[in-house]
Ligand binder design. Structure first.
Ligand code: R1P
Ligand code: URA
Length: 288
């Protein structure tokens, strides 16, 4: 893709309709999309979904990755979104800007779990998401001002698209039948940091985060996953005014925060491949 000169400071596009950060234009991305944070996982899925015929694989200068092809005769994209709130925001808004009609977005992520009911290598399907935000006003206040200000803000929950969630749940349960892994339904908490707002202790920074996971579990006892993008995806999907966006999310548990264990890479890769196929089947199974 050759990007031209951008115009319009409000929503920059070039003369071909390419958007500024993803570098894609009309026709370059499908309305059914698998979203992953890791661009190598995007390629791994594209290579693992048998019968997926890739017709474009684009990495813009900002290093997102947009793979588009057909699966079972239906146009399907796999997008490497990179990590965090801002990157998911670029992806959802710029994909919305170059597509027409309903969008179906399913995120396949990795996550930590704060729950002792969930094991390494299990899978969490988010029926709703909350956000955890490190509150700068707390850290830049005097001791006196800090009274009544919380170091972390927990948002209200935002729900997954019900039909997409239930289709995804069936496909995920089916695909895990021959594995040790179990799928759980729960609240996903998407944090604005892998570290501070996920309760990781880092003596190099003033984070005041010893209580953040306990406070989260008090407020949302059904929390089963901790990651960094699904809340933004659900938030924007439900706030979209231009046609509908249906969003759902599933994550592989790679960090058990109570026991301190971390999943080995080969298991993460195997589960990614199997879940990628389950998500592709969910997306092409939708009657749009
Ligand atoms: C942090 O390691 C990253 O892993 C999780 C988090 O949401 C964050 O993006 O998801 P991905 O594996 O999809 O990137
Ligand atoms: N991704 C996260 O954001 N947190 C984890 O603990 C693991 C993956």
């Amino acid at each position: 893709t050759q990007l031209g000169e951008m115009s319009d400071a409000n929503f920059p596009k070039d003369e071909f309709g390419h958007v500024y950060h993803l570098g894609i234009g009309p026709g370059d991305v499908a309305n059914r999309i698998i979203m992953v944070g890791d661009t190598h996982r995007a390629k791994l899925l594209a290579d693992s979904i048998e019968g997926y015929e890739i017709y474009s694989d684009y990495t813009p200068p900002r290093l997102f990755r947009i793979i588009t092809g057909t699966y079972k005769g239906i146009k399907l994209s796999i997008v490497g979104t990179l990590m965090g709130i801002a990157n998911m925001d670029f992806c959802v808004r710029e994909i919305r800007a170059v597509t027409k009609g309903p969008l179906y977005l399913i995120r396949l992520g990795t996550c930590g779990t704060p729950s002792d009911e969930v094991s390494l290598g299990d899978v969490v399907l988010a029926d709703k998401c909350v956000g955890i935000i490190r509150n700068p006003n707390f850290f830049h206040s005097t001791e006196e001002e800090k009274e009544g200000i919380d170091p972390y803000i927990f948002t209200k929950p935002v729900e997954a698209s019900k039909p997409l969630f239930s289709g995804l749940k069936s496909e995920v349960e089916l695909c895990l039948k021959s594995f040790e892994s179990i799928s759980h339904v729960g609240v996903d908490a998407s944090a604005d940091s892998f570290y501070s707002s996920q309760g990781r202790i880092d003596s190099a920074f003033d984070d005041e985060n010893e209580a953040v996971i306990g406070d989260l579990m008090k407020k949302y006892p059904e929390t089963k996953s901790l990651e960094m993008e699904s809340f933004t995806l659900f938030d924007l999907a439900t706030c979209c005014r231009k046609s509908e966006i249906h969003a759902a999310s599933v994550a592989i548990v790679i960090a058990q925060r109570k026991s301190g264990e971390f999943l080995e890479t080969s298991k993460k890769v195997l589960l990614s491949r199997v879940l990628g196929i389950a998500i592709a089947d969910t997306l092409v199974g939708i009657e749009a």
